[in-house]
Design a binder for this molecule. Structure first.
Ligand code: SF4
Length: 101
């Protein structure tokens, strides 16, 4: 299954609705939970979660350091041509961009 297929299968409208209507209590509960679901993510980015940004940032930092340690990674794409099969909207090389290949 491709990323696009997976993405299109997400219940996006329901998640947006959940984010719009989440309570502060739900956002706090999602911040404390160990394994965050999509519903928890919706709570965390909801307007009700605005006051939890500092705590959310600390949790994010802890998780990042747990998984990757204190490192800085740099990625440098190496382009051999300007042809690409993908269609990233921000990229000048994207498939549908009518440039000379
Ligand atoms: S469209 Fe651009 S950013 Fe997207 S994969 Fe291709 S080269 Fe990379």
């Amino acid at each position: 299954m491709s990323f696009v297929t997976e993405f299109k299968a997400l219940p996006l409208a329901a998640l947006v609705q959940r984010a719009r209507t989440a309570s502060t209590q739900a956002a706090r509960a999602s911040l404390e939970i160990t394994s965050v679901s999509l519903e928890d993510f919706a709570h965390l980015i909801s307007p009700a979660g605005a006051d939890l940004l500092e705590s959310l940032a600390w949790r994010s930092q802890r998780m990042t350091q747990q998984r990757f340690g204190k490192v800085m990674r740099l990625f440098a794409p190496l382009y051999l041509s300007n042809e690409c099969i993908n269609n990233c909207q921000y990229c000048g090389f994207s498939r549908d961009n009518p440039i000379l290949r």
